[in-house]
Write a protein that binds this ligand. Structure first.
Ligand SMILES: C[S@@+](CC[C@H](N)C(=O)[O-])C[C@H]1O[C@@H](n2cnc3c(N)ncnc32)[C@H](O)[C@@H]1O
Length: 617
């Protein structure tokens, strides 16, 4: 249905579709348009194109309800603009919620500085007119302000607001809109809207999510100079929309945006975090964590700002789609500004704050007693992997593009591809090997030079030649490797020893013990206690890797990581080094260590650890 509709929408000029849609809406709602010149003009167009488009669209689009109708207009945004202008549109549950939390009186001036077709402005107009019994056209002319960089969006916002008025029985020859086409980040706002000289009361919207790489060089540099929140080269445009919003609102104004939530943690977000922290601007944050609210590939949050100088703000995290229809009933926790670290914000609910403090406060930090390492990355695993079960004589067999090649046994190493294993026995049965064209020299790992490789491992060399073209596609051919058959990255080559392996993302902790000291690994992280004597001296107790494995696989770790790490869709938290290294490992008595050593039952270990950490989960 959606596909069909998009096909029709794309096969006509967008002005034809707009006209056809307006006519359909007016007919479906039985509206008589007497005065509104703008809409009358569209209704008079009976050209053949418009009539055919109307026929095609009849019964395919919702033309009764204005909100659904807005969605159809949004489908008309050209694909390229979606990327360049970050044009993704906000569902009504969100616009209605933001509007209900920000607008408090009938006289307030409301502005959306990236209004698109006006989803927020329609929600605001409806809210004010219903709540304060104000005439719709009066609201549009005196309360509502909008800017967008795309002129077609501004035109559509005007069409939609006009239809909203008409549907509610108010008509006027020439509505005086405060809607302008401009680049909000470089325009002079005083000239744009002289009526809002002292600022607006409410700023709302869904600012564009555009990476600086997608902007042209000149604009990139101008923005970098003009906005303090863009003072890392690697910014996203929405950062500056926070700063802009604060700049255009009155001292007692409020702002409510839906944006990506990666500004809590991203490196580029440091200046924005610092700006929000030092000015104590945050009023409330609703974090949608790994829920996907709309089409865009981003995880989002709603942020409310106010220049209120309070020491704390409210926070709640929504983990489940059902809560979206009850956003007004959320229970918030308080977070103190002083507890934030602008290197990375870790936002926690109240009950979690206590527990996390305890979990991180006990004993020694994991990162201080073990080595946490990232695995190798070839960027073409299929070329390098060898099936260990194919050994015949001194050679493994490697099928490639319809031929079978032989690979000398000595140039391979065992490798654990972490995503292959669900449970310990999977890892124990692992037979995967990898061609390892490196040698150890004086504690260093060096690539085997081509001549040498050709002499010592002629069959492998022959195979590499067959795969040369494919290997050259790595990194889009843009990086010169030490030899063309080298792994794309040098990470993870130089470690040996027993280790615990963890996937980078996992729904629950999955640390498995790799006994093979020579095994390489990829697709995740490993925890080494390379020098066991060193490990003992650091923790002053006999804590071995297997005990650490039991702690890392416990419900304490599960709880900890789900609260403090970032998750991808479906609830898979990230186990990257920087998310696990702060976990505290308690000091155990010899008896306790004996218990951990012997017991395998997960429930018993969990109960013991929850008590040991002194937390309530
Ligand atoms: C994420 S969309 C949101 C649209 C609308 N507010 C909504 O929520 O449905 C972002 C909008 O920002 C506009 N935009 C992008 N860059 C802009 C800029 N520099 N100034 C003003 N608007 C901009 C795009 O054209 C697009 O309509």
């Amino acid at each position: 249905m959606q596909k069909n509709l998009e096909k029709i929408l794309n096969s006509y000029d967008s002005s034809v579709i707009e006209t056809a849609l307006v006519q359909l809406f007016v007919e479906a709602n039985d509206i008589s348009v007497k005065k509104n010149e703008f809409i009358k003009q569209l209704l008079h167009d009976k050209s053949e194109k418009v009539l055919t488009a109307k026929k095609l669209l009849t019964d395919k689009v919702e033309t009764k309800n204005i909100i659904d109708f807005v969605n159809i207009f949004e489908l008309l945004v050209p694909g390229d603009d979606k990327k360049i202008n970050g044009a993704f549109f906000t569902p009504a549950t969100i616009t209605d919620f933001i509007v209900s939390q920000t607008i408090t009186s009938a006289s307030q001036k409301i502005c959306d500085p990236s209004c698109g077709c006006g989803a927020f402005l329609i929600a605001a107009t409806t809210y004010i007119s219903v709540k304060f019994k104000k005439d719709i056209i009066d609201v549009i002319e005196n309360n509502i302000y909008g800017v967008d960089i795309a002129d077609y969006s501004i035109r559509r916002a005007k069409v939609l607001l006009s239809l909203l008025a008409l549907k509610n029985g108010t008509d006027k020859k020439d509505i005086k809109f405060n809607l302008k086409t401009a680049d909000s980040l470089i325009t002079d706002w005083r000239k744009l809207f002289p009526k809002t000289e002292k600022g607006v009361d409410v700023v709302i919207g869904n600012p564009p999510y555009v990476k600086f790489q997608d902007l042209n060089k000149e604009l990139r540099e101008k923005l970098y100079k003009d906005w303090r929140t863009l003072k890392t080269g690697n910014y996203n445009l929405y950062f500056a929309f926070f700063e802009l919003g604060v700049a255009i609102m009155k001292t007692d104004g409020v702002l409510g945006y839906i944006t990506p939530n990666n500004y809590f943690t991203s490196l580029a977000g440091v200046p924005l975090r610092e700006y929000l922290e030092t000015n104590r601007l945050i009023e409330k944050i609703i974090d949608f964590n790994h829920l996907k609210l709309f089409e865009a590939q981003t995880y989002t949050c709603i942020t409310f700002l106010k220049k209120n100088n309070r020491d704390f703000f409210y926070y709640e995290r929504v983990d489940n789609y059902e809560v979206l229809s009850h956003l007004k009933e959320l229970h918030y926790s308080k977070i103190n500004f002083v507890d934030l670290n602008n290197r990375k914000w870790r936002l926690l609910r109240g009950s979690d704050q206590e527990n996390i403090k305890k979990i991180e406060g006990v004993g020694k930090k994991l990162g201080d007693i073990v080595d946490i390492r990232v695995g190798i990355a070839t960027c073409k695993d299929s070329v390098y992997f060898v099936d260990g079960l194919t050994l015949a004589g001194n050679y493994y067999s490697k099928p490639y593009q319809g031929r079978n090649y032989q690979i000398e046994k000595e140039i391979t190493q065992p490798i654990a591809k972490i995503s292959d294993f669900q449970v310990q026995t999977d890892l124990d049965k692992n037979s995967r090997r990898i061609i390892f064209p490196y040698q150890k020299k004086g504690g260093k790992v060096e690539i085997i030079k081509a001549n040498e490789l050709k002499n010592i491992y002629p069959r492998c060399y022959e195979y590499f030649l067959a795969a040369k073209a494919e290997l050259a596609t790595r990194d889009k051919g843009g990086i010169e490797y030490p030899e063309w058959y080298a792994y794309a990255r040098t990470q993870g080559l130089n470690f040996s020893g027993k280790k615990l392996l963890t996937p980078t993302f996992s729904s629950e902790p999955r640390f498995l013990l790799e006994q093979d000291e020579n095994a390489l690994f990829c697709n995740g992280y490993a925890i080494y206690s390379i020098d066991e004597s060193n490990l003992f001296s650091k923790v002053e107790q006999q804590l071995n890797l297997d005990t650490i494995r039991k702690i890392l696989n416990s419900s304490v770790m599960d709880y900890y990581i789900k609260r403090t790490s970032v998750s991808i869709e479906g609830g898979y938290p990230c186990y990257q080094k920087n998310f696990i290294e702060l976990l505290g490992i308690p000091n155990f008595t010899p008896d306790e260590l004996g218990f951990l050593d012997q017991v395998e039952d997960r429930k018993r270990i969990d109960n013991f650890l929850v008590e040991k950490y002194g937390i309530k989960i």
